[in-house]
Design a protein around this ligand. Sequence first.
Ligand code: F6R
Length: 261
Amino acid sequence: MEVVVLQDRTDIGRIAADAVSALLNRKPDAVLGLATGSSPLSIYDELVSRYEAGELSFRQARGFTLDEYVGLPADHPERYRTVIDAVFASRVDFADGAVQGPDGLAADIPAACAAYENAIRAAGGVDLQILGIGTDGHIGFNEPGSSLASRTRIKTLTRQTRIDNARFFDDDVDAVPTHCLTQGLGTISEARHIVLVATGRGKAEAVHHLVEGPVSAMWPATVLQHHPHVTVLLDDAAARRLQLVDYYRETYRSKPDWQGI
Ligand code: F6R
């Protein structure tokens, strides 16, 4: 696991966008894993800028979102399918239908989850997965206690996650859905490169467990310690509880330019 402590969200966006650009240059039909929430916004903004500058195209690429609330009406602005369009997909040149998400309105939820797994597999798997992390250590919406081998399925959101996400629902925690569909930890772990972004003090405890804690379903993101290619991009505040932070800084400073992340 590579840990990179950067100045701010802008730097994080630039470094992550460099990795996406390098991938699309060598594989224009790459499959991107797309997180929603606030953490990846600077990445999406940077990718949009590069697209607008003519440096990047998503015309042959595909995207899969991580998760979706269950039961939010199709026209609800916080539906993740709508959110990813607004913050990223509709701002670049993805082909129609190239970005997919789990169907939180499906009548047959297990069938919808299986179909989503099949769609990811049929696309050849995710080349680069962008992730945020919840204050309780979730990735996707794999809340504490999730099986480290889990696949796409329905989950109940913790009270903490609903409180954290109430800011998107006029600060009304009761308006945040109780259930979601999420790629499982086993599903996410199959992505070839994982870029996890965390900023702010509120994420420091989860980041501490992710990077330096024991692997445990109580902190679901720790499953990433088993993955061969994970890059964790942090600001100072999110890195403040890391015991080896000086080592991570020194390692990144002395890294050869050609290596990328
Ligand atoms: C969103 C997702 C979640 C978020 C996490 C952090 O698709 O899968 O795991 O990444 O809840 O959310 P933010 O970035 O809003 O702090």
